[in-house]
Design a protein around this ligand. Structure first.
Ligand code: NAI
Length: 248
C-alpha cells in the first residue's frame, strides 16, 4: 500500500537530518517531493539523487525559510512545477544555545526567525493553495523543550513553544476547510544538530530517556508519515511527542 500516492509534499530544510529522513519516508510511500535548503551544496544534491531513486518527482529549491518573500516565491515555484501541494512540513531549524546572561540579541533573533517566523512564512504562503484545494496537512517541527523548557535554550525553547501555539490556532482557523495542522515534539534525535553537543551532555540526555537511546531521524519520519497521510484524517491541533518517553 502506498500511503501518499499522488500527493505532493513541500519540506523545508530537508537537505539532511530529520527533514531528509521525512522526505525519504514520504518518497518511499509514493509522494512527490519538493524540498528546500539554505544553499544547493553537495549534501543537498546527494539528497535529491537519493530521493529520485524512489521513482517519484523530486526538486530541491534554495530558500531561506526565515525570509517572507522567499517562502512566497518558493510556494509559487513548487505549484508551477508540481501543480498542487498536499503536505507542508515546516522542519527548518537552528540552535544558538547559551545562558541567557550571555545570549546576544542576534542569537535570539536568528533562532526566532528561522524556527518560528518560518512557520508563519510558509503556512501563510500555502494557506490559499490548500484552501482552494479543500484540504491539506501541515506538520510543524516543535521540540520537547518547547513544552518543558531547557536551561541554555531560552531562544530555542521559546521558538518551539511558539510553534505549538501557532499550530493549535491554525488548526482551529482552518479545520472548516479540512486543512489539518499538527506539531511533532521530538526529544533527543541523533543528527548533526545533536552531534555538535559534547559527549557527556549527550550521555546525560540518553540516561534520562525511558527507552534508553536517542531517537533516529527515521523515528520522527514515521510520526510525520502518520500525520501526512489519511491515517490521521481526524487528527488536528495536536502535539505528538516522539521522545522515547522523555516527556511522559
Ligand atoms: P540539522 O541541522 O541536521 O538540519 C537542519 C536543516 O535545515 C539543514 O539542512 C539546514 O541547512 C537547514 N536550514 C537551516 N536554516 C535554514 C533556513 N533558514 N532555511 C532553510 N533551511 C535551513 O537539524 P535536525 O536535527 O535535522 O533538525 C530538524 C528540525 O527538528 C529542526 O527544526 C530542529 O529544531 C528540530 N528538532 C531536532 C531535534 C534533534 O534532537 N535533532 C529535537 C527536536 C527538534
Amino acid at each position: 500500500m502506498s500511503l501518499l500516492k499522488d500527493k505532493v509534499a513541500l519540506i523545508t530544510g530537508a537537505g539532511r537530518g530529520i527533514g531528509k529522513a521525512i522526505a525519504m519516508r514520504f518518497a518511499s510511500e509514493g509522494c512527490d517531493i519538493a524540498f528546500t535548503d539554505i544553499a544547493l551544496n553537495d549534501v543537498v544534491m546527494e539528497t535529491e539523487k537519493e530521493l529520485k531513486a524512489y521513482g517519484v518527482r523530486v526538486k530541491a529549491y534554495v530558500s531561506n525559510a526565515a525570509v517572507y518573500d522567499d517562502a512566497q516565491q518558493t510556494v509559487s515555484a513548487v505549484l508551477a512545477d508540481f501543480g498542487h501541494i498536499d503536505i507542508l512540513v515546516n522542519n527548518a531549524g537552528i540552535t544558538r544555545d547559551g545562558a541567557l546572561k550571555r545570549m546576544s540579541e542576534q542569537d535570539w533573533d536568528a533562532v526566532i526567525n528561522v524556527n518560528l517566523k518560518s512557520v508563519f512564512n510558509f503556512t501563510k504562503a500555502i494557506q490559499p493553495v490548500m484552501w482552494r484545494q479543500g484540504g491539506g496537512s501541515v506538520i510543524n517541527m516543535s521540540s520537547v523543550v518547547g513544552v518543558s523548557g531547557n536551561a541554555d535554550q531560552c531562544n530555542y525553547a521559546a521558538s518551539k513553544a511558539g510553534i505549538i501555539g501557532f499550530t493549535k490556532s491554525a488548526a482551529k482557523e482552518m479545520g472548516v476547510r479540512n486543512i489539518r495542522h499538527n506539531a511533532i515534539a521530538p526529544g533527543f534525535i541523533h543528527t548533526a544538530m545533536t552531534d555538535a553537543l559534547p559527549e557527556q551532555v549527550r550521555k546525560a540526555w540518553e540516561n534520562q530517556i525511558p527507552l534508553r537511546r536517542s531517537g533516529e531521524p527515521e523515528d520522527v519520519a514515521n510520526v510525520a508519515l502518520f500525520l501526512a497521510s489519511d491515517l490521521s484524517a481526524y487528527v488536528t491541533g495536536q502535539v505528538i511527542h516522539c521522545c522515547g518517553g522523555m516527556n511522559c
